[in-house]
Design a protein around this ligand. Structure first.
Ligand SMILES: Cc1cc2nc3c(=O)[nH]c(=O)nc-3n(C[C@H](O)[C@H](O)[C@H](O)COP(=O)(O)O)c2cc1C
Length: 460
């Protein structure tokens, strides 16, 4: 076993209505109300908080695919709360857990998103994170007046500038700019207000943001891309990276590649937490855990499994013989990293189309651990100490029971091994993750100063 680490495992819970197994919602113990009754969703976040977990993660897609509606009708994947709205509500019913919401850079404007995230970060005392995605399917494009989805490279080019503009807007106000001095009659210090005046290929944003700086400076920047451009953007800006790896070897390769890239941008590798997904099927005995897994697999409806695989691969597979291995597929412009993981698995194990969608129906290419709490803790310790992960994004197979099992059985085991905190150390998401509060960066140009003077002169 490689040398021990002096830091501890970071944990996130990936929220998805009903649970992450594609047939989870059909499980008798699965909750199917959290989309309609916010209290159910709140209970899940509060359960994760009782486990001292770092963050609660909310994914997003801005559209429903028009194809295979009959198959989609068999899955609990079509409807869910808009993430920033849900994050706002969860902020009011939790105290310490970080709240990470997904928002696309392809179908949003930087000023709007910077403002919403900065507001949420003030509302919840610095517990906000933003999972920056570029959106990966045509169905989303159709909701924003686009005939075709933006090309992969263009999406990342726009996302790179988008992230810079958002961070620039988050530095509109210095920490102590808002004085609210009733005696002097000065509400804020004009010298601590900064115009951004960004003029770039995709955006022209003058700023400043009309929301003051949050307790943690900036919300935490999260990403989940794993293609070349995805890793480059992450190395440039991400403080947390979610990823999918089916083996420790894959995890270690991704980990060392990305940590190396950070150095190119003068960044400390410790200031970026790599958190692969883990899908734990937990029970007190190995046999019981395997029975739980088999029961979930028995609930999979073939057309639903096939639909999920088509969604992840971004291709129509209905023409292929389900009992034959998947033929080579033409290149495409959707989610590249995940496609590679899935096709690599299919080739490595020579899986038929049916075997592949039954495997993907489980954890969508994330690593699966079936067994006792000790076995799950062993796997997490091996990946953590083996530098395949700084932490994990937990994908509970069935909500709430699988999360209850994890909080009540696995977390005490990790704490016993001193691999996970016994209580929250700080109050902000950055403090939980051991990330520094970003320095205030004055981005304003000379022109901005003139602009400000002109405005102040006008204000008389
Ligand atoms: C754990 C995880 C969560 C993700 N969540 C979302 C999401 O909520 N919305 C989304 O559009 N993409 C999501 N993605 C997909 C990524 O943002 C990205 O589009 C995908 O990994 C492909 O990126 P690549 O082409 O750079 O490999 C997620 C990926 C991972 C690994």
């Amino acid at each position: 076993m490689p040398e021990r680490r002096d830091d501890q495992i970071k944990l996130g819970v990936f929220y998805w209505p009903g649970g992450h197994h594609v047939a989870a919602w059909r499980h008798p113990q699965a909750e199917t109300d959290s989309v309609f009754d916010f209290r159910r969703c709140a209970e899940l976040a509060q359960l994760a908080e009782r486990g001292k977990i770092d963050l609660f993660f909310i994914a997003d897609l801005v559209g429903i695919r028009p194809e295979n509606i009959d198959a989609q009708a068999g899955a609990a994947r079509a409807v869910y709360f808009e993430p920033l709205t849900l994050l706002g509500a969860l902020s009011a019913v939790t105290d310490r857990i970080g709240l990470v919401a997904t928002a696309t850079t392809t179908y949003n404007e930087p000023y709007h998103l910077a403002r919403k995230l900065a507001s949420l970060d003030l509302i919840n005392g610095g517990r906000t994170g933003w999972n920056l995605v570029t959106s990966h399917n045509q169905a989303e494009a159709a909701n924003f007046g686009a005939e075709t989805h933006m090309a992969h490279a263009d999406r990342y080019d726009r996302a790179t500038e988008f992230a810079e503009v958002v961070k620039g807007l988050w530095d509109s106000w210095e920490d102590d700019a808002i004085e609210r001095n009733k005696q002097s009659g000065r509400y804020f210090d004009p010298a601590k207000l900064h115009f951004l005046n960004h003029k770039g290929k995709h955006f022209s944003v003058r700023g400043p943001l009309n929301v003051p700086r949050s307790p943690q400076g900036h919300p935490v920047l999260v990403q989940a891309g794993s293609s070349g451009p995805g890793r480059e953007l992450a190395a440039r800006t991400a403080e947390v990276i979610f990823t999918a790896a089916e083996s420790i070897g894959e995890g270690q390769a991704f980990y060392s590649d990305v940590k190396e890239r950070l150095k190119k941008y003068g960044r400390d590798p410790q200031h970026c937490c790599i958190m692969p997904g883990i899908f734990p099927v937990i029970s007190r005995t190995q046999k019981e855990a395997e029975d739980k897994y088999e029961y979930l697999q028995s609930l999979v409806q073939p057309q639903v499994g096939l639909f999920l695989l088509q969604h992840l691969l971004g291709r129509d597979l209905s023409a292929y013989d389900p009992d034959k291995p998947l033929p080579d597929l033409p290149e495409h412009d959707g989610a590249k990293g995940r496609t590679e993981v899935i096709l690599r698995t299919a080739r490595k194990d020579n899986l038929t189309l049916r075997q592949l969608y039954l495997q993907i129906a489980v954890a969508r290419g994330h690593t699966v651990v079936i067994g006792t709490p000790e076995k799950v803790a062993d796997t997490m310790e091996e990946w953590f100490v083996g530098r395949a992960a700084d932490g994990f994004n937990i994908l509970p197979p069935v909500f709430p029971t699988s999360l209850e099992d994890f909080v009540e059985l696995v977390i005490p085991e990790l704490q016993r091994r001193n691999l996970f905190r016994k209580d929250y150390e700080g109050t902000t998401l950055r403090e939980h993750l051991g990330l520094p509060k970003p320095e205030f960066v004055k981005r304003s140009s000379a022109h901005a100063e003139e602009e400000k003077e002109r405005q102040l002169a006008n204000a008389g």
